[in-house]
Design a protein around this ligand. Structure first.
Ligand SMILES: N[C@@H](CCC(=O)N[C@@H](CS)C(=O)NCC(=O)O)C(=O)O
Length: 202
């Protein structure tokens, strides 16, 4: 949705609630047998997996490119996406998951270890062109729309009481988010942005 919003492509969204089991209902499993979101339907075409959806949208609607214009821009964007999904996403979810689920009491030691790992990974990733002012350079790209939902999730978790008790020092994530401002995006991105502004303000 961030990609569609950024490219200003009209769409209709269907909210699925996992708690209600919407994503495991037969009509949804027919579109996405893993029962995961998101899924894109474009006429008769069905695409699942976020990055595949982003690439599909990019080829269908090339205006306002999200994967760069030059070879170097494209490589920089893919490097940021690959580094994030290879080294940062899993430890970051190990922090956000227990915070959001209110399971910090059981998971505190693991969360602290994951946080240390996330910070180490992030420090390595941020050498070079990261955060300038977007993750992969001067423009909002697919790197930002890939990483942003996870950072928003982490900060939502950190807002919970248990996050405060852990005295989570979220830097460099807050730095990343400051740099990765979503002001240029509208709609869903702008709404998501409200989730990150609260911890930044404190
Ligand atoms: N690799 C997939 C991951 C999809 C995914 O894990 N989606 C989560 C929500 S962010 C989901 O559908 N969770 C519900 C479930 O697993 O039942 C992608 O990038 O689209």
């Amino acid at each position: 949705m961030l990609t569609l919003e950024t490219k200003q492509i009209p769409y209709s969204a269907h909210l699925l609630q996992a708690a209600r089991g919407d994503n495991k209902k037969p009509e949804y499993l027919a579109l996405n047998p893993r029962g995961k979101v998101p899924t894109l339907r474009d006429g008769d075409v069905i695409v699942s997996e976020s990055i595949a959806i982003m690439e599909y949208v990019e080829k269908r609607f090339p205006a306002r490119p999200m994967f760069g214009r030059t070879a170097l821009e494209t490589a920089t964007i893919w490097r940021a996406i690959s580094e994030f999904s290879s080294y940062l996403q899993a430890p970051l979810l190990r922090v956000a998951g227990p915070l959001l689920a209110g399971k910090m009491r059981d998971a505190a030691a693991d969360v602290r270890a994951a946080l240390r790992k996330s910070k180490r990974s992030s420090a390595s990733s941020s050498r070079g062109s990261l955060i300038s002012p977007w993750l992969a350079g001067a423009d909002l790209t697919a790197a930002d729309t890939t990483v942003y939902p996870f950072l928003a999730l982490l900060l939502r978790g950190a807002l919970k009481e248990a996050g405060g008790q852990l005295e989570l020092d979220l830097l460099p994530f807050t730095t990343a988010i400051r740099g990765c401002n979503m002001d240029g995006a509208s709609g869903a991105a702008a709404r998501l942005r409200t989730h990150v502004s609260a911890p930044l303000a404190s």
